[in-house]
Design a protein around this ligand. Structure first.
Ligand code: PLP
Length: 393
């Protein structure tokens, strides 16, 4: 059966992905199984989407219940889970107002549009945007224009004009790039796809000051870091710096597609009916799954658990790095967003891990990235370390 599926995959799927030759079939918690019955530890989590692992009973119940009750109505009508999810995110964050999209890139598009619309509506249009080198903000053309990785942009131009990329962590470069024409600075609190680079201490605060001085809006891309990934609801809480607008997605929908733009009354209230919209945004089932996820994170005290497990994992990885100094250069990250910087390409190693029953992701060309669920156990981390030991040997 697996062989037939793989050959159908090769015939019928566009070739812009290159998954290993196996077909995943089911999952429970931090484990998944393929169609041959082989078991894997899932430290990829659907690229950091699964806050509670696979098939968490509270999430499954919420999805089942909502799917039975009301599946979709779009935004011409209010529905309960949409309202509750907006209120929940407002209560957890600096913001008061929430707009739902279906993905990270769409949440970023909404942020870009709000920033430009804000200045337009004030009668002082600004169109320039600043983002960072090696950033990742998504694949649709607006977000891709901000994404500071030429290899992802090549062949898709022309992109948005008036975008400047500056070096991540370089306050002077940011100061020089931002002026009274700059609508917004868009920045990740930890560069994820670019290699799991945590903002240097004081950097986000400096960027905040630069934006405030120029009247520029500060947009945090917390698509990957949000909803507890780093041990706080949002990664900017570590730095005690507040943005004007924030994009969240990945873990937001409890495994279903859901993205959000969160902002304050001041900025949100310039929007008018019709100024932006999404057919699927705020889908009742996705909102129900998201609400159940947030509730479980709270009930099961997973923010502190993620912090502890992240520290444990990083410590173990640091020991591994000491054992293989010719192959590993650094361990970095925060909470359960962790990167192992190698001195060699990460992709072959990632493939080797799959063969030994461990699913991970890569970030940039030389970083092996781990995004396990927030409820991962110490024992699962130890098992992962055993696989890594084997693979490095
Ligand atoms: C994944 C990611 C995105 C894009 O999200 P999609 O849901 O794939 O569109 C944007 N920004 C960051 C920081 C991400 O990690």
């Amino acid at each position: 059966m697996t062989k037939a599926l793989l050959s159908t995959a090769k015939m019928s799927m566009t070739p812009n992905y290159s998954p290993p030759d196996m077909v995943l079939d089911k999952g429970r918690g931090t484990r998944v199984w393929d169609t041959e019955g082989r078991e894997y530890l899932d430290f990829a989590g659907g690229i950091g989407v699964l806050a509670l692992g696979h098939g968490h009973p509270k999430v499954v119940d919420a999805i089942r219940e909502q799917a039975t009750l009301l599946q979709h109505v779009s935004n011409m009508f209010y529905h309960k889970k949409h309202i509750e999810m907006c209120a929940k995110l407002a209560s957890l964050s600096f913001g008061q107002k929430v707009y739902f999209a279906n993905s990270g890139t769409e949440a970023i598009e909404a942020c870009i549009k709000l920033a430009r619309w804000y200045f337009f509506s004030k009668g002082t249009p600004r169109t320039q945007l600043v983002s960072t080198i090696n950033s990742f903000h998504g694949r649709t053309l607006g977000s891709l224009s901000l994404t500071g990785q030429p290899k992802l942009q090549e062949g898709f131009g022309p992109l948005l004009p008036n975008v400047t990329n500056v070096s991540y962590g370089d306050t002077d470069a940011m100061q020089q790039a931002v002026n009274k024409q700059t609508a917004a600075v868009v920045i990740e609190c930890i560069q994820g796809n670019g290699g799991v680079l945590v903002a240097p201490p004081g950097y986000l605060a400096a960027v905040r000051d630069i934006c405030t001085q120029a009247g520029t809006l500060l947009i945090f891309d917390e698509v990957q870091t949000g909803i507890g990934r780093t041990g706080k609801w949002f990664a900017h809480e570590h730095d005690e710096v507040l943005p004007d607008i924030m994009a969240v997605a990945k873990m937001l929908g409890g495994g279903l597609p859901l993205g959000a733009m969160i902002t304050t009354d001041e900025f949100a209230n310039v929007l008018e009916p019709g100024s932006h919209a999404s057919t699927f945004g705020g889908n009742p089932v996705a909102c129900a799954a998201g609400l159940a996820t947030i509730e479980a994170i709270r009930q099961e005290e997973l923010l502190s658990h993620a912090t502890r497990m992240g520290e444990f994992f990083q410590k173990q990885l640091t020991e591994l790095a000491r054992e293989f100094p010719n192959r590993i250069s650094e361990v970095r990250g925060r909470g359960l967003m962790i990167g192992l910087k190698l001195k060699e390409p990460a992709k072959p190693l990632c493939r080797e891990c799959v063969k030994h029953g461990l699913l991970t992701t890569i970030a940039g060309s030389e970083v092996l990235r781990f995004l396990p669920p927030l409820n991962v156990s110490k024992q699962e981390i130890e098992e992962t370390m055993n696989v890594l030991q084997t693979v490095f040997q």
